[in-house]
Structure formats: structure tokens, C-alpha cells
Design a protein around this ligand. Structure first.
Ligand SMILES: [Zn+2]
Length: 325
């Protein structure tokens, strides 16, 4: 079975198809099926993913595997807590319809039998009485159409605003101010404890990034470069304030930043090891920022667009009761 046949089969089951992923529901159980491969002998391998509440439902898997043993081989591949993820290999020559319908009937029955809870509150507004399914976060789940649409519209507006008005200059000002806020804990610790904490230095790039964002800095690849440069400038600044506070406390008096630089140039081995340590921790902070920035506006936009594309009303019959498929 090829992906084309598989997708027409899944579309008959009311699933939305994007690439090799299929988003659907059975009896109000929202699921994601990912087509992996179809062999010549008629067997099909796909993964089935859905979200539960609480610990990973090991019993759901073992019960389901037993019930399905004449139809398919099941393998538990869940890596994320609360995500039920199984690999299904259908038995040779068994029609996919039969395996699939059996799998979902058993899944539904097992969930009910074991009293496993599936989330029924909207992840956006946290209210229940959901009317739709959409892919949000890691799974296909219950939500409100209005919530998904308004979230998507909000983010689109924000991205457009950032493209129109976001500027580097204001962003840099914000990053410098943020970076200065970021060194405050380090400086306080330096004054009272007479030490520089590496972990507090890791805050510097984070604060610089938030400052950049707060001042409406334009989000692009250049953002990371700006955060790096500003954070690096904060290293001598932190060191200077640390040495200054020590000097004043010990009664040696204050000295200017310029004098400090002259001192570093004259005795580099006195200061550089400590600076390198600070740099190392700023690197850690930067790695954290990188994780935030890589989920920046554009990625968030992709996510909400994806949520919107997979949006589908919860199927209901004439009486308003939820129905199968
Ligand atoms: Zn909602």
C-alpha cells in the first residue's frame, strides 16, 4: 500500500491529511496517524498517537496489544509523558479497513474499561465544552474553533507588526538595558558575597533577549548576533563592577572603566581566567536563548497555522451527540 492509497483510505475516515500525517477522531478520541511504510505483502506500518491525562498508560498498551494480536503487531514507542504512541504493523494480507476499525473499536473499549482519561479541556482557554479538534502542542486535541482562529489571527498581526515596525536600533537599546538588568544579580552577589556566580551570568543573555523583545526589536537571524555581541560586552562590565565593589570595600577607592581596561591590558593573566569562566556561563545562557529564539515569531506562526489547518469540528449527529469517525 502506497501513501496515496493510505491517504484516500484515511480521508474516507474523515481524517485531515498533511504530508504523511493524518488527523482524525473516533468516538471523540482525537488521534494522529503517521504513515510509515506499506509492504508488498499488504502489511502497513503506521504510528498512532493520542494524549491521555496522568502517567503513560502502560496497561492501555498491553491490553490493546493482546486484543489486537490477530490483526496487527503493536509496539510501544511513547517517549513523551502522557502521549500514547504505538507502532502498528498490520498482519499480512489483512485489509487495512478491518485492522483499523478493529484497532479503534478496541482502543475505545479499552480506554472506557480502564477508566483512562483523555483531555477534554481546551489548551488555549482551559475551558471545557469544546467544539473542535486541532493539532496544538504535541497532539491532536479538543479545543474551540474560536480559540484557534483568534490565536492565529493575534499571532499573524504580531508578526506583521514586527515586520513593519520592528527595528534593530531600538532592539539593541533594549538588549543593552536588558543585559544591564541581567548583571544586577551578579553585581549584588559580588558586593555581598565577594564572588561571581557562573549561573547568574547565564541570566545575562536571557535578559538581553527579553530587553530586545520588549523594545520591539526586529525578529530575524540578526537577532541572535545582536544578543551575542551585547552579552559579550556585559562580561567586562560585570567584571568591572565586581572589581570596583571589592576595591571600594577594601578601601582602595574607585577607579574608572578606562583605568580598569588599562589594568587588564597590563596584567591580562590576573583577570582573564575569571572572565573566561563568566564567558562559559554566558555561553550556557546563550544556549537557552537560542532555544527561545528558534521558537520565535515565525515558528509560532507556523504552529498556529498548522493548528488552523488541522481544525475540524467534533462530529455530532442530529441530536447533538458525538458520533463515531
Ligand atoms: Zn478554548
Amino acid at each position: 500500500m502506497k501513501i496515496l492509497e493510505f491517504s484516500s483510505f484515511m480521508e474516507q475516515r474523515g481524517c485531515i491529511n498533511i504530508g504523511k500525517d493524518f488527523f482524525g477522531s473516533y468516538n471523540s478520541i482525537p488521534f494522529v496517524v503517521n504513515f510509515l511504510t506499506g509492504a508488498k505483502d499488504g502489511s502497513v506500518i503506521f504510528s498512532l498517537r493520542l494524549q491521555t491525562i496522568g502517567a503513560p498508560p502502560g496497561r492501555l498498551f498491553s491490553t490493546l496489544r493482546k486484543q489486537m494480536k490477530d490483526y496487527a503487531k503493536l509496539r510501544n514507542v511513547a517517549k513523551t509523558k502522557n502521549i500514547f504512541n504505538i507502532l502498528v504493523t498490520t498482519k499480512k494480507n489483512l485489509p487495512l479497513e478491518e485492522v483499523f476499525d478493529q484497532l479503534f473499536a478496541e482502543l475505545d473499549a479499552t480506554i472506557a474499561m480502564l477508566g483512562i482519561e483523555l483531555p477534554d479541556t481546551c489548551p488555549i482557554c482551559k475551558r471545557s465544552d469544546c467544539d473542535s479538534f486541532a493539532y496544538i502542542g504535541l497532539t491532536y486535541q479538543m479545543t474551540h474553533e474560536d480559540c484557534v482562529r483568534s490565536q492565529s489571527a493575534d499571532i499573524q498581526t504580531k508578526v506583521q507588526e514586527n515586520e513593519m515596525s520592528g527595528g534593530y536600533l531600538l532592539g539593541i537599546v533594549g538588549a543593552v538595558l536588558g543585559g544591564l538588568v541581567g548583571i544586577i544579580p551578579s553585581v549584588i552577589l559580588a558586593i555581598f558575597m565577594n564572588m561571581i556566580s557562573g549561573w547568574l551570568c547565564a541570566l545575562i543573555p536571557l535578559c538581553a533577549y527579553y530587553g530586545y523583545k520588549l523594545f520591539g526589536g526586529k525578529m530575524s537571524r540578526g537577532t541572535l548576533g545582536i544578543i551575542v555581541v551585547v552579552s559579550l560586552l556585559m562580561v567586562p562590565a560585570t567584571q568591572y563592577l565586581f572589581e570596583l565593589s571589592w576595591s571600594i570595600k577594601e578601601g582602595y577607592g574607585a577607579f574608572s572603566l578606562l583605568e580598569y581596561f588599562e589594568y587588564i591590558a597590563a596584567y591580562p593573566s590576573e583577570i582573564l581566567p575569571s572572565m573566561l569562566q563568566t564567558l562559559l556561563f554566558i555561553g550556557i545562557g546563550f544556549a537557552l536563548v537560542f532555544r527561545f529564539v528558534s521558537r520565535n515569531n515565525t515558528n509560532t506562526l507556523q504552529q498556529v497555522t498548522f493548528s488552523e489547518e488541522t481544525l475540524r469540528p467534533i462530529p455530532q449527529d442530529a441530536k447533538g451527540e458525538r458520533i463515531e469517525y
